[in-house]
Design a protein around this ligand. Structure first.
Ligand SMILES: *[C@@H]1O[C@H](CO)[C@@H](O)[C@H](O)[C@H]1NC(C)=O
Length: 201
């Protein structure tokens, strides 16, 4: 019984060490410095552990670039919001009548948040394009991104509250509630990183 498991572990560890992505990170002398950069930046957020966890897999592309860090945080938030919206949509058929209104509202609210996060990301892209055209224009894009993201957070928390109130009788699983909390937290983190380091963009 023990032998096949050991063989499996050995095979897995060969696969793991041979994978190109892993080779790239281990061969890079700066990879632990990249993680430290993420950890230090994440200390400005409300959910630093989640921040580090969600960003460290992108350490190689973030390097120690604050602009890259913020853009990655927003794309994590958008991805999470999109997949959570899809999870709610998939619940439409399975949920009890009591939970139906919550599920429908959440699909709409998270859908709005997805649109608002996309707007934020567009504003962040515009900062890059506005380079050289003055501080005022860059500040305007940052401020727009902050406004869109705050609106997204408000929409997400409306869903969070509704889900917390209705989940038990409506038949929504804890895992679904946890997903909405997760979206709220990664979005809060992205906004905190933008608020703290936006001037470096
Ligand atoms: C940081 O990343 C941005 C893209 O997000 C890029 O435009 C910029 O040149 C990078 N800065 C450095 C110093 O590499």
């Amino acid at each position: 019984m023990a032998k096949p498991i050991i063989l499996l572990l050995a095979a897995l560890s060969i696969l793991y060490t041979a994978s190109p992505a892993n080779a790239a990170t281990t061969s890079s002398p700066s990879s632990s410095a990249n993680i430290e950069f993420i950890e230090a930046s994440c200390s400005a957020t409300l959910y630093p552990a989640l921040c580090v966890q969600s960003l460290s897999r992108y350490a190689t592309s973030i390097q120690r670039n604050r602009s890259q860090l913020i853009k990655t945080a927003f794309s994590v938030s958008l991805d999470e919001a999109q997949s959570t919206k899809a999870i709610f949509a998939s619940k439409l058929n399975g949920v009890k009548p009591g939970g139906m209104a919550v599920v429908k509202d959440c699909i709409e609210q998270i859908g709005d948040a997805v649109d608002q996060l996309r707007e934020s990301i567009e504003e962040l892209k515009s900062i890059g394009q506005a380079k050289g055209s003055g501080q005022d224009l860059r500040r305007l894009h940052i401020s727009n991104a902050q406004t869109w993201t705050s609106a997204a957070l408000t929409d997400i928390s409306t869903c969070t509250d509704a889900v917390a109130g209705e989940a038990r009788d409506g038949g929504l699983e804890t895992s679904v509630r946890a997903r909405v909390d997760g979206v709220a937290q990664v979005t809060s983190n992205a906004l905190a990183l933008l608020n703290k380091f936006g001037t470096e963009l």
